[in-house]
Ligand binder design. Sequence first.
Ligand SMILES: [Zn+2]
Length: 309
Amino acid sequence: MRKTSILSLVGLLAVALCNHVNATACPAHTTETLRIRESTLCLLVDDPTPSRRQLVRTWVARSANIVADYYGRFPAPLVVLSLQSMEGGGVGGGRTTNDLGLVIQVRIGREATSDALSDDWVLVHEMVHLALPEVGRQHNWLAEGLATYVEGVARAQFGNREITDVWAEYRRSMPMGLPRNGEGGMDQTPTWGRTYWGGALYCLQADIAIREQTGNRIGLQTALRAILEQTGGYGFERDIDEVFHIGDAATGTRVLDDLYLQIKTVSQTPDLDLLWSRLGVPKDPKTQPFDDHAPLAAIRIAITAPRKS
Ligand SMILES: [Zn+2]
């Protein structure tokens, strides 16, 4: 989730003002600073006991490295992470804002264990938001779709998430992104399902199409790295058409633009059962084997293949 709102602007004024005044330094009340590649992560932890700090530091560093590996670098030079405690053992909803500086807010359960934080998707999702420029509320499906799709792929590549788990979630959840009766194109239908999983389906379809057109040499990841490099990411505003042109130029295709033209104002219902069959994804990848002889099996394998270290 990411949003820019008056409420969050008021709530984060103290944090963001410092960031705004000096975008290369952490706010004064930072409890810990992490360096990830060339980037600075300013941690604001409200329970700074040593054991808690260690737990949080490990979780933040791992999440940041997952995203940095996917994009070739961490997608912002400096970001503030406001990490507040809550009841329970889970990770609460996160959000990423850019009111006066880049801030990620996430709540962590006081009983959260290192295993629970290792399974967390929220922080990776929020950090992926940093890699796409502001493209406008009408196109929020692209921001949320990318964060939803890349979270699974990037964690699988890093070895932080089972490949079977990623495809099981895609198969289970992508149908939520299909249009219902009477719904319009992606730019006209800001429902939760279309925004998150409709956007993720766009990303999967784009990844497959780029790989089909490039002999499976490169995919969506190449396009997204170029978009980050040439726009600077979430700290900047760009027209969505410009973003897609940058991505397409990087892959030597017209996939992002063509696919967008097909779905922006017209509802499309791709045959998902056929898609899973062509990829060789079984109904329940947690208990059934993938079909490695399916026509698009090599592409499915390439998308979530663990990174060679
Ligand atoms: Zn999000």
